[in-house]
Design a protein around this ligand. Structure first.
Ligand code: PLP
Length: 431
């Protein structure tokens, strides 16, 4: 009876019987993994509640100031809570940080000075940082154009850090910042595990203790028992419309790290001498904190959805990364579909499974900051929120689609079914 009701509902949402069967079969094979993940939710949920209690969060913290925003206790408590949850000395959490790129940019421009060297040890950073660093060529404002030196070291073939090259680079000259991107971004590789991060930070610090280790933590929050700043990273940043916003934050970014670094960054964010003391929250502390409260559950729902997506497409013979049984460190699931029409179909399916803009057809476009045209499915309550069910793909070889998010597991599951149904309907699915 119950099964019949659910099946009929899937049918009304345009899901084909083949998609229902394939996904339900895949689910049976990964369900045992979810138990372990539930424990992680428990741990991180308790950690968030503890921080809120320690800082005596109360109703008046949801009020806000006007003008300069001096002595905004809600803003200050919010930043203290983030610092505690992520194990940093201090934090910046602002709705006016417009996205993850902006939070990362503030870290880079806050710390790096002309003549300093930045060394990326997880390969080329995320697409939107190419213009910030200057690897996409001169634009008049990049770090390289003001005299910051930049070098990068790729991962080894097996996805691990190239320790020999890293060691050699650190022994050759002073490095102001070692930069690590935890998530895979738009590349077909695994995310960096917390244990591997811990080991490499130790190695770096052993050679150059003064080097600032900075982590792009986008998509990684609440997917492990420790965050990068709890295992030795000096600085990390991320977006509030990804994991730590829990789907509720309307906009914003966070930066957590050593107090001295946060002070330098705050001086760039507002002005030297003003730093963190000013800046309105526009009434957003309630949603930011309620989002943080939900984030451990939401992030893991997205993770479970990603595992289901991996298992489903594996069962159909596609190459996926990470594989369904891999240990994960971000919420991104990439599926190598191999052609433009397949990735567009996949994204159409995700879009049509969305609660918002479900009737819209996603098409590839030249998105600002990205190197190739990108097709994006994002029927989200918050524009561009990729902790909500979404998929995107740059239109380039080898035609990999990136699936992520799902505030609830059932929505993520519907998304996987819908992507499959759409590919089947468009006649591009190999069975
Ligand atoms: C999302 C993301 C960013 C920042 O992107 P925004 O769209 O500016 O928030 C940076 N690095 C990684 C790995 C990301 O996933």
């Amino acid at each position: 009876m119950k099964t019949k009701l659910i099946t009929a509902q899937y049918e009304r949402l345009g899901i084909t019987p083949f998609a229902v069967d394939t996904v339900l079969n895949a689910e049976k094979e990964v369900y045992n993994k979810f138990e372990e993940l539930n424990q992680m939710i428990t741990y991180n949920q308790l950690k968030v509640i503890e921080a809120m209690q320690v800082y005596r969060l109360c109703d008046t913290h949801f009020n806000w100031q006007s003008g300069y925003g001096y002595n905004d206790s809600g803003r200050e408590v919010t930043e203290s809570i983030f610092a505690k949850v992520f194990g940093g000395e201090d934090a910046i959490v602002r709705p006016l940080i417009v996205n993850g790129t902006h939070a990362l940019t503030l870290c880079l421009t806050g710390v790096l000075r002309p003549g300093d060297k930045m060394l990326a040890i997880s390969g080329r950073p995320y697409d939107t940082l190419e213009n910030v660093i200057g690897t996409a060529g001169p634009n008049g404002s990049s770090l390289m154009e003001i005299g910051v030196k930049y070098a990068e070291i790729n991962f080894l073939e097996d996805g691990s850090f190239d320790e020999m090259a890293i060691e050699a680079a650190l022994k050759a000259e002073p490095i102001k910042m070692v930069y690590i991107q935890r998530s895979a971004g738009y590349s077909f590789r695994k995310a960096v595990q917390i244990a591997d991060l811990e080991a490499i930070v130790k190695k770096v610090k052993a050679i150059q203790p003064e080097t600032v280790v900075m982590v792009d933590n986008c998509y990684g929050e609440f997917l492990d028992y420790r965050e990068p700043t709890e295992v030795g990273a000096d600085l990390m940043a991320g977006s509030l419309i990804k994991n730590p916003g829990g789907g509720l934050a309307l906009s914003g970014g966070y930066i957590v790290g050593k107090s001295a670094l946060i002070e330098l960054i705050a001086a760039k964010m507002t002005s030297p001498g003003i730093g963190k003391e000013c800046g309105l929250t526009f009434g957003q502390t309630r949603t930011i904190l309620q989002g943080l409260f939900l984030a451990p559950t939401v992030a893991v729902n997205a993770l479970k959805s990603a595992i289901l997506c991996a298992k489903t497409y594996e069962s159909l013979g596609y190459e996926v990364c990470p594989s369904s049984d891999a240990y994960r460190s971000d919420i991104i699931q990439s599926v190598k579909l191999g052609s433009e029409d397949k990735i567009v179909s996949f994204c159409k399916g995700i879009q049509s499974a969305s609660p918002v803009d479900s009737y819209v057809t996603p098409l590839p476009w030249d998105m600002p900051g990205y190197e190739s045209p990108v097709v994006m499915a994002a029927g989200a309550f918050v524009q561009g929120s990729s902790i909500e069910l979404s998929a995107d793909a740059p239109i380039r070889e080898p035609f990999v689609v990136y699936y992520q998010g799902g505030l609830t597991y059932d929505h993520g599951k519907l998304g996987v079914m819908s992507s499959l149904s759409q590919m089947e309907r468009d006649g591009v699915l190999k069975k």
